[in-house]
Design a protein around this ligand. Structure first.
Ligand code: DQQ
Length: 541
């Protein structure tokens, strides 16, 4: 029990107990952030799904509230699944969610706040005219869900997208409405792809300087979550309003080789437009456990939310960039700094001095001394994904340039540790470097039965042009390791379950298993205070 409790997070959102999954209906409304999420009020496994609710004024500290949306009517009697919020022009928020009806069909329902003067919007009313969108003829009623936030087209009508599939074809079907009540399907989908069911679609504009910049790159993003593989991908592209079509950039593929927000444990994500200050787009995503179901039942809890991340378009227009919202830094406490320290081949050193490296925020910038030592890229890997390469060359496999990076949640004997690192290869054909970012949890826990996948992504940086420099930020939170490589170009979240490296026993190291020296230009590590969690999820009757 003590260890189970020690694995709970200090600043990654999780309720006191039970199962959670997708973030839902995330929004900012009159000074308050709302996070709804899929929740089982009865246990630590998926089931009995309702929308739990929490509110915050800073995206860090949360007041837990009783579930906001739960089965009450024929159109959602078997569950209240994922959906989104839209703040209407008069300031009223509308929630659209998937109800599982009496025939186990997936239908889309609308809900409105019961009392707009309640700053927390605790109670929601579902009009009798629900469902507002039912699966039409030819639509797979058991795969028709997760409505997006609505947007208005040039004609002023509302539009939203629902995820579905037609055999193996994943589809984002478009619906239009004038009043949020009567919705008409568009004859063709906004987009589709041969990747199986599209869960939790998200469709929104981005620019290369936040949301509203002028004279900057502007694109649309379509993200989908694939139930077959349990990962998400996104494309960047153009929204053709006349044709009601989304057209991904030609260089970007739909599907398994697509770009990902996160190359680790991150699913069913959703963004919202935060109009509280400088307009920004904020991303929420769910991180599932990777221990066993029996572990979850014993622990009594399962699932966390990744930290909210600001998201924008990279200046080169090739990908999105993410960074933990700045508010997270308000939790930073004790601080340790390392400057210009060289890590020789095969060497490591401890970053000592934090009160608890099990709950920390680490920002490091590295400089590779000799890129000439990069291992040759094996052309056989051209078709492989980063994960395959990193799994073949884990953190302990000696390299040329790298593996170098952090050992987090490490025990003092180093028997337990999770490695977050870079490894650099050089291509024979064009002399370009290939940079990989990996998360290797293979020695993260002595416990049996834990799923410990290696996660990895390529990092689209020209490291030679950058003087051999590359940055890494890692948020450590007991059983969460959430990393941002190259200032947010490649992100990886991993769940780990140390048995020894828990609480104040956990340690933090820098390591280098390559042949080239690596300089730690700067490393700033901070103790993180726990978020302030108040309120109650129980409904007082
Ligand atoms: N989770 C919800 C569904 C969604 C899936 C059910 C994605 O609405 O498609 O809990 O994790």
């Amino acid at each position: 029990q003590a260890r189970d409790d020690a694995l709970r997070t200090g600043y990654h959102f999780q309720p006191p107990k039970h199962w959670i999954n997708d973030p839902n209906g995330v929004m900012y409304h009159k000074g308050v952030y709302h996070l709804f999420y899929q929740y089982n009020p009865k246990g630590a496994v998926w089931g009995n799904i309702v929308w739990a609710h929490a509110v915050s004024t800073n995206l860090v500290d949360w007041t837990m509230l009783p579930p906001a949306i739960y089965p009450t009517a024929p159109f959602d009697v078997n569950g209240c699944w994922s959906g989104s919020a839209t703040v209407l022009p008069d300031g009223t928020p509308a929630i659209m969610y998937t109800g599982i009806d009496g025939q186990n069909r997936q239908v889309q329902n609308v809900a409105y706040p019961k009392d707009l003067s309640d700053p927390f919007l605790r109670d929601w009313v579902k009009p009798d005219y629900n469902p507002v969108i039912a699966p039409g003829p030819g639509v797979n009623a058991s795969a028709f869900r997760d409505p997006t936030t609505a947007w208005r087209g040039p004609d002023g009508d509302w539009r939203l997208v629902v995820g579905t599939k037609d055999n193996h074809l994943g589809l984002a079907v478009l619906y239009k409405s004038k009043d949020f009540k009567t919705w008409t399907p568009s004859p063709q989908p906004l987009h589709s792809g041969d990747t199986g069911m599209w869960e939790c679609p998200d469709f929104f504009p981005v620019t290369s300087r936040g949301v509203d910049g002028s004279g900057v790159l502007r694109k649309h993003v379509l993200k989908v979550s694939l139930d077959l593989t349990r990962f998400e991908y996104y494309t960047l592209g153009e929204y053709d309003h006349a044709a009601e079509k989304y057209v991904p950039d030609a260089s970007l593929a739909d599907g398994n080789d697509g770009l990902r927000y996160d190359y680790g444990d991150f699913y069913a994500s959703k963004t919202f437009l935060d109009v509280s200050g400088t307009r920004r787009r904020v991303l929420w995503g769910w991180a599932n456990e990777s221990d066993s179901t029996a572990d979850d039942v014993r622990k009594g809890w399962a699932g966390v939310q990744a930290v909210p991340r600001k998201l924008w378009l990279a200046r080169d227009g090739r990908q999105l960039v993410q960074w933990p919202v700045a508010e997270i830094e308000s939790l930073r406490g004790g601080h340790v700094n390392v400057t210009r320290r060289v890590v020789r081949p095969g060497a490591h050193f401890e970053v000592a001095g934090l009160a608890s490296p099990a709950q920390a925020d680490v920002e490091a910038s590295f400089r590779v001394r000799d890129l000439g030592r990069a291992e040759p890229w094996d052309p056989a890997w051209d078709k492989a994904d980063a994960q395959t390469v990193c799994a073949a060359r884990g953190a302990d496999a000696k390299g040329g340039v790298g593996p170098f990076g952090l050992w987090v949640l490490a025990s003092d004997d180093l028997e337990e540790k999770t490695a977050v690192f870079f490894r650099v290869f050089k291509r024979g054909d064009n002399g370009k470097h290939v940079v990989l970012m990996c998360n290797d949890p293979s020695t993260s826990s002595k416990e049996d039965g834990i799923y410990k996948p290696t996660f990895a992504g390529f990092v689209d940086v020209d490291i030679a042009n950058n003087g051999g420099k590359i940055a890494l930020r890692t948020l450590i939170d007991h059983s969460v390791v959430e990393s941002f490589g190259a200032r947010g170009r490649t992100c990886i979240l991993s769940r780990v379950y140390p048995t020894k490296a828990i609480g104040d026993k956990a340690r933090l190291y820098v390591f280098n298993n390559g042949e080239s020296d690596v300089m730690v230009n700067h490393l700033n590590a901070y103790d993180m205070r726990s978020a302030n969690i108040t309120g109650s999820m129980e409904r007082s009757t």
